[in-house]
Write a protein that binds this ligand. Structure first.
Ligand code: LLP
Length: 413
C-alpha cells in the first residue's frame, strides 16, 4: 500500500501540520471510525453461541476510547484497580468488568470482592488468598494451556516459560482449594500471548482449554484470551488478520465441545491490540539530521518515552513522512536510523529504515500506535507525556487528553 493515512483518510481532511501547531509535538491522533470498525469485528467473531468480546484495556485506557468500547457493546478486562476505576468512570457497570490480575495484594482482591467484580486467579497461591477473603464466593481461574504465541518472547504468556496461569497438572490443587473454601469456579480463562497472524496456536489452545473444561462441571463461561494480530508492515503489503477464516476454523471446534459438554457456556475473548492499534498514529517532528560512522540519523521528538515498543521489543512501526502538511511520495528514498531525544543509545524508533530523504522540520507519522503506545508512555528524562486527539466520525477534532506539563511532573513532590 502506498500510504495508509491516505488510503484510510485517517485525518479526514484535517491538516496534520496544523494539528501539531495547535496541540504540540509529539502528538497521538486516533480515528474513531477505525477503532469502532475493529471493535465491531471482534464483537462478531462468534454469533452461533453466546459470546462477548472483552476489550483488554491495557492496550489503551483513554477514557474516550473505553466509551467507544461501551458503545460497541464490548465488555472489558482489567489488570489493576486503576483500570477498574477508569472503566467505572467510563460508564461500565461492574458486571461488565472481568478482573484478570497477576500477583496482586490482599487489598486489591478485597476491592474487587467488595464491588462484586468477578475475578480470575492465576496461581494456587492467589486462589488460596482469594478463598480466605471470600469463602463461599464465585471466581474464575486462569489456566495455562501449555501453548504460547507472540511477536516477542517478552509477550508470550502461555507454555512452559511464563509466569502466567495455572498449569494443567495443578487442576487437583484448584479443586482442593475450591472445596476447602466453598468456592464456585464459574469460569476458566487463558491468554497465550500477544500478536499472532497465524491462528493455529490459538485454535490449538482453544482445543486445549476445552479439553480441560470437561473437568469443571457447570461453567458459566470460557475465555480464550486475546492476541489477534494486525499488519505492522502494511506499507509493504502485509495482509490483515483473516478474521473470517479464523471463525470458520473455530466454529467446528466449538460445535464439537458444545455437543459433548451438553450445553453452550458463554464464550469470551480478550482482544486489546486488534481493537485500537490501527486507529492510532503518532505525529512527531524531525529536529536534527546527522551522519555517524557512515550511518545517517534523523533525530526526532518521538523517543522511547512516547513509543517504547521499538526499543523494548525491536518492534516495527511503518512511518510516513509529511512536509508542509503534504504526504511525501515513497520516492527518492534513503536509509536512515530514526531516533528520539532520550539519553539512551537504545532510543531507536527505526533502524536503517528506507524513507523519503528527510529534512529538518519534516513531520513523521508513526502508524499502528493506538495499542501499547500511550498506555506504555513514560515521563523519562522528565519529558511530559503527549496530548491525544480523536478525529470523530464527522471529521471534528477533539482533544481527549491534554499534554502533561512540567508542573504536572512536580505535582507529587
Ligand atoms: N488478556 C490478557 C490476560 C493479556 O495479558 C493481554 C495482553 C490481552 C488479553 C490482550 O492481548 P492483545 O489482544 O492486545 O494481544 N506491550 C506488548 C503487548 C503486551 C500484551 C500483554 N497482555 C506490545 O506492545 O506488543
Amino acid at each position: 500500500m502506498e500510504s495508509y493515512i491516505g488510503k484510510s483518510d485517517f485525518f479526514k481532511g484535517n491538516d496534520p501540520e496544523r494539528l501539531v501547531r495547535e496541540y504540540g509535538s509529539p502528538l497521538y491522533v486516533y480515528n474513531e471510525d477505525i477503532i469502532r470498525r475493529q471493535m465491531a469485528r471482534v464483537a462478531g467473531v462468534i454469533t452461533k453461541y453466546p459470546y462477548t468480546a472483552n476489550y483488554s484495556v491495557k492496550a489503551n485506557t483513554n477514557i474516550h476510547i473505553l466509551r467507544l468500547a461501551l458503545a460497541e457493546g464490548l465488555n472489558c478486562d482489567a489488570m489493576s484497580i486503576g483500570e477498574i476505576r477508569l472503566l467505572q468512570k467510563a460508564g461500565f457497570p461492574n458486571e461488565r468488568i472481568f478482573f484478570v490480575p497477576n500477583n496482586v495484594s490482599e487489598k486489591e482482591l478485597r476491592v474487587a470482592i467488595e464491588e462484586g467484580i468477578l475475578t480470575s486467579l492465576d496461581s494456587l497461591s492467589q486462589l488460596e488468598l482469594y478463598g480466605t477473603l471470600n469463602p463461599g464466593g464465585e471466581c474464575a481461574v486462569r489456566l495455562n494451556p501449555g501453548i504460547g504465541a507472540g511477536h516477542s518472547e517478552k509477550v508470550v504468556t502461555g507454555g512452559k516459560r511464563t509466569k502466567f496461569g495455572i498449569a494443567a497438572e495443578e487442576l487437583d490443587g484448584i479443586f482442593g482449594l475450591a472445596a476447602r473454601f466453598g468456592l464456585r469456579i464459574v469460569g476458566i480463562n487463558q491468554h497465550i500471548g500477544s500478536l499472532f497472524m497465524d491462528p493455529q496456536p490459538y485454535l490449538d489452545a482453544v482445543s486445549s482449554l476445552l479439553r480441560l473444561a470437561v473437568r469443571f462441571p457447570g461453567l458459566r463461561f470460557l475465555d480464550f484470551g486475546g492476541g489477534y494480530g494486525i499488519p505492522y508492515h502494511k506499507l509493504e503489503g502485509e495482509a490483515e488478520y483473516d478474521m473470517a477464516a479464523f471463525r470458520e476454523r473455530l466454529l467446528p471446534i466449538l460445535d464439537r465441545f458444545v455437543s459433548e459438554y451438553g450445553d453452550a457456556p458463554l464464550f469470551k475473548s480478550e482482544p486489546g491490540r486488534y481493537c485500537v492499534a490501527e486507529g492510532g498514529v503518532i505525529l512527531g517532528r524531525v529536529h536534527a539530521l546527522k551522519q555517524n560512522a557512515g550511518r545517517k540519523y534523523a533525530g526526532t521528538d518521538i523517543g522511547m518515552n512516547v513509543l517504547v515498543r521499538p526499543s523494548m521489543y525491536d518492534s516495527w512501526h511503518d512511518i510516513e513522512v509529511l512536509r508542509g502538511g503534504r504526504l511525501l511520495p515513497r520516492a527518492d528514498m534513503e536509509e536512515v536510523t530514526v531516533t528520539g531525544n532520550i539519553c539512551e543509545s537504545g532510543d531507536l524508533l527505526a533502524k536503517d529504515r528506507l524513507l523519503p530523504r528527510l529534512r529538518r522540520g519534516d513531520l513523521l507519522c508513526v502508524l499502528d500506535s493506538g495499542a501499547y503506545g500511550y498506555s506504555m508512555c513514560s515521563s523519562y528524562n522528565s519529558r511530559p507525556r503527549p496530548a491525544e486527539l480523536m478525529i470523530g466520525r464527522d471529521g471534528n477534532v477533539r482533544q481527549i487528553r491534554r499534554r502533561e506539563t512540567i508542573e504536572d511532573l512536580m505535582a507529587y513532590m
